[in-house]
Each structure stands twice: as structure tokens, then as C-alpha cells.
Design a protein around this ligand. Structure first.
Ligand SMILES: [Zn+2]
Length: 132
């Protein structure tokens, strides 16, 4: 049998469930208050569901009331990347994994001090690893 190189998208297809694939690869948005990490308060690390890169710490998670997991700071400045998103007639800043470009969510300027930022992230884009 001839060797064929696996398409990375096919690998993700088998690794992720339908919603995780849709959100991260097609810039989808899970319905508010449905994600598994909305009210999640355990201590630990949130990783990219696609490539396992460390993205957010529970230390920076807060309850924004928006219906999506919200963080006021990414784990490190270079763990996520911002991309201007002008879809749906709005100008927003999309948050993507800087390692694999998976769509994570959007960032808004109405977060708490000291950053004033709200990283509004889909649960479907995250994988949690508890520290305790
Ligand atoms: Zn990633």
C-alpha cells in the first residue's frame, strides 16, 4: 500500500467532536451557557483542544455573566494571537491559538482591571487540566 501523508484536518476530525471541530476550524461559536467550562472553577490550566498548547490559567478566569468562559489575561502574551474579524457586520478581534491557529473566541474591551480585557472563549476550544 502506498504511503499517504495524513491531512492534519483529517486527524483533527477524528480527535475532536463535531462541535469542537466546527468551533475551532470553522470559527463557530457555541451557544451561551452550554459550554462545559462556563461555570468551571477548578484550579488548573486550559489548553488548546487541537494542539494541547497551554493558553489560559484558571487564575485569570472570572465570571463575566456572558455565558462563555471568560479570562482577563492569556497565560502568556504569545500563547494566543489576535486577528481582526469583520464578519457578521461587526469589527471584532478574534482570538486564535498562536501555535495551530485554532479559533478560540473573541476579545473585548469590557473586562476587569488591571487588563480591562475580556477574552471570551468557547469551551469547545479548550481542554482543562487540573492542578490539584
Ligand atoms: Zn492550538
Amino acid at each position: 500500500m502506498a504511503m499517504t501523508k495524513n491531512n492534519p484536518k483529517d486527524e483533527l476530525r477524528s480527535k475532536l467532536d463535531d462541535e469542537q471541530f466546527h468551533v475551532t476550524q470553522n470559527k463557530g461559536t457555541e451557544r451561551p451557557f452550554t459550554g462545559k467550562y462556563v461555570d468551571h472553577k477548578d484550579d488548573g490550566m486550559y489548553r488548546c483542544v487541537c494542539c494541547d498548547a497551554e493558553l489560559f490559567s484558571s487564575t485569570h478566569k472570572y465570571d463575566s455573566g456572558s455565558g462563555w468562559p471568560s479570562f482577563w489575561l492569556p497565560l502568556a502574551g504569545d500563547s494566543v494571537r489576535l486577528v481582526v474579524d469583520e464578519s457578521h457586520g461587526m469589527r471584532r478581534e478574534e482570538v486564535v491559538c498562536s501555535n495551530c491557529d485554532a479559533h478560540l473566541g473573541h476579545v473585548f474591551n469590557d473586562g476587569p482591571e488591571p487588563s480591562g480585557l475580556r477574552y471570551c472563549i468557547n469551551s469547545a476550544s479548550l481542554d482543562f487540566e487540573g492542578s490539584g
